[in-house]
Write a protein that binds this ligand. Structure first.
Ligand SMILES: [Zn+2]
Length: 224
């Protein structure tokens, strides 16, 4: 086979070929051109899908590891979350981790010790903050687990106001009815009632036989 010497288009030799090689978010697609300063330019595909032509050396050296759009996005997130490290949201996040994972935390016995955990992805504050902001977080709200026996994870969490949070703390309100004593939360489950509905009735001072009006008791009791 003849050499490419007669080819007007410059071909990178094998050693210079980085096709399919990955550098950060960038995958090298093809050699594009060499400028008059003998610098090589390649086309890369970023993980986000953008295709861009970049100077090969700046990619190989690690100076450029993603497209411009991605780096702007990253800078924005970093700025937000860095600025947040002293914010309330950050304290919510670290408080959650401490309750579940720090055995010396005063709340650990009501969380971590009971098997309540924080999902893997929320160990990253950035990921948690993103979820929080996309799901209605504001500084007046507190994270709440929908199923109080469930874990801290996107499907089981929401942001609630002080009143709702206070309600949740009333799960240790005991109510006696028909010779049985349960917490309000347990009664709500026994009667398949929304907890807030039962709590509202209780707060209004309804008598016990009125508390469950319109609801019937489940067969299986608490099932525990
Ligand atoms: Zn990108």
């Amino acid at each position: 086979m003849k050499s490419n010497s007669g080819n007007p288009i410059y071909q990178p030799n094998k050693q210079r070929d980085i096709t399919e090689k990955k550098f950060g978010k960038l995958t090298a697609l093809s050699f594009e051109y060499r400028d008059d300063k003998h610098r090589h330019f390649w086309k890369f595909r970023c993980d986000c899908g953008n295709e861009i032509v970049l100077r090969k050396s700046s990619v190989i050296s690690g100076n450029t590891s993603q497209c411009r759009e991605c780096s702007l996005k990253e800078r924005k997130i970093k700025a937000i979350t860095h600025g947040m490290s002293k914010t309330r949201l950050y304290r919510e996040w670290s408080g959650m981790l401490q309750r579940c994972e720090l055995a010396t935390s005063t709340s650990y016995e009501r969380y971590g010790a009971l098997g309540i955990s924080v999902c893997e992805e929320w160990h990253s504050f950035e990921v948690f903050a993103k979820w929080a902001l996309e799901n209605g977080y504001s500084d007046k709200l507190t994270i709440d687990r929908i199923d109080s026996k469930g874990n801290y994870e996107p499907n089981n969490c929401r942001w609630v106001g002080n009143l709702e949070q206070a309600n949740n703390k009333c799960t240790n309100v005991y109510v006696e009815y028909m010779g049985e004593t349960h917490t309000l939360a347990e009664w709500a489950r026994i009667y398949r009632m929304k907890y807030h509905c039962l709590y509202d009735r209780w707060k209004k001072g309804w008598k016990t036989d009125e508390l469950f009006k319109g609801y019937s008791r489940t067969e299986t009791d608490l099932g525990e």
